[in-house]
Design a protein around this ligand. Structure first.
Ligand SMILES: Nc1nc2c(ncn2[C@@H]2O[C@H](COP(=O)(O)OP(=O)(O)O)[C@@H](O)[C@H]2O)c(=O)[nH]1
Ligand SMILES: [Mg+2]
Length: 337
């Protein structure tokens, strides 16, 4: 594959090239990984910047409906919008979150929209890397806004927040005591809370819920990356397409402030460091899965199980004397050879 040519076609905004590149970064094959790295290296420093918006919320809260309506509003303003998903549960449930494309029927037909479901993969680390690289590709292809949808399962919100410039939490109208249902950790990483379904019978409840969350947000520790009055809670109705314009204006105001204050760039820098370390960690763990490493582990595990070696003792033995099985060439490098 000519990755240089593919890179050029992505920079030209060719959708088919973008789709093909995303398929490439989704592949786990070693030769594809090498090509993906080459492609991303060709694309580095293209100078384009999309606004990366993470969106999380429990199933049924209206994420898909919101993304469709919000995406349509953005494309209506002449903006190019890409939609990606992080769904670690997709392998188990058999369908990805964007699988319900019916809810994004209009958006998926838009010329300036690009929708890509989450790859079927159970391992969150794998999904995270693929999504991160897909974001890079969409940015290079000239998209103005990249929306990253996730369901709140396990660590997926944290993972998405670590690849977003703005992280939004979508909530449903609820009674007062349900406010406790949102984990404090999620509140702390939210840059904006949107209470959806503020329409019809639910409108008053949505407004109360919104006020409750606005109060809860004010009680949290003030973060340096927030200007006065942020993080905010707003009501929206994805179905009636109400409040979307206001939400977009707040998002832009926040992003602009962060750009000017340096927090925007600092956040991306921090994320780059985080993902680098995470890749190294994953790479190390992958080495434990090599044939030789597994064999050495199995032998030592036998000894531990039989009571001939202690767990810590055996682990030490593995790391000290079987390191070569885990990291071929490390000994040579360490001894300066
Ligand atoms: N009343 C009302 N219902 C909504 C709104 N947004 C979504 N829904 C409904 O909530 C249900 C779940 O929506 P969906 O977008 O699939 O939620 P998701 O699982 O978070 O993606 C559907 O029946 C939607 O029609 C809204 O703004 N108002
Ligand atoms: Mg959905």
């Amino acid at each position: 594959m000519d990755t240089k040519d593919l890179a050029e076609r992505i920079l030209n905004g060719e959708r088919r090239a973008l789709a093909r590149a995303i398929t490439l970064v989704e592949s786990g094959r070693a030769d594809h990984r090498a090509q993906a790295r080459e492609l991303l290296a060709h694309l580095r420093g293209h100078g384009r910047e999309a606004l990366r918006v993470g969106l999380s919320g429990t199933p049924g809260v209206g994420k898909s409906t919101f993304i469709e309506a919000f995406g349509m509003m953005l494309t209506g303003q002449g903006l190019k919008v890409a939609v990606l998903a992080v769904d670690p549960s997709s392998a188990r449930s058999g369908g990805s979150i964007l699988g319900d494309k019916t809810r994004m029927e209009r958006l998926s037909r838009e010329r300036n929209a690009f929708i890509r479901p989450s790859p079927a993969q159970s391992h969150l680390g794998g999904v995270a890397r693929r999504t991160r690289e897909a974001i890079d590709l969409c940015e290079a292809a000239g998209f103005d806004v990249v929306l990253i949808e996730t369901v709140g399962v396990g660590q997926s919100e944290t993972v998405v927040a670590e690849m977003s410039d703005l992280f939004l939490l979508l909530l449903a109208p609820a009674g007062g005591d349900e406010l406790q249902g949102v984990k404090r950790g999620i509140m702390e990483i939210a840059d904006m809370i949107l209470v959806n379904k503020a329409d019809g019978d639910l409108k008053a409840t949505a407004q109360r819920t919104c006020a409750d969350y606005a109060g809860a947000l004010r009680l949290l520790r003030k973060r340096p990356q927030d200007p006065q009055g942020f993080p905010k809670a707003l009501t929206v109705s994805a179905v009636e397409e109400a409040g979307l314009e206001a939400a977009w204006q707040e998002m832009q105001a926040l992003a602009d402030w962060r750009r000017e204050s340096g927090h925007f760039a600092a956040r991306r820098e921090g994320q780059a460091r985080y993902w680098f370390e995470s890749e190294v960690r994953q790479g190390l763990l992958a080495r434990l899965e090599t044939k030789r490493a597994r064999a050495a582990m199995a032998d030592l595990a036998e000894e531990v199980a039989a009571g001939r070696l202690g767990a810590a003792e055996a682990a030490q033995e593995m790391l000290e004397h079987h390191l070569d099985a885990v990291m071929p060439g490390l000994d040579a490098a360490a001894s300066g050879a």
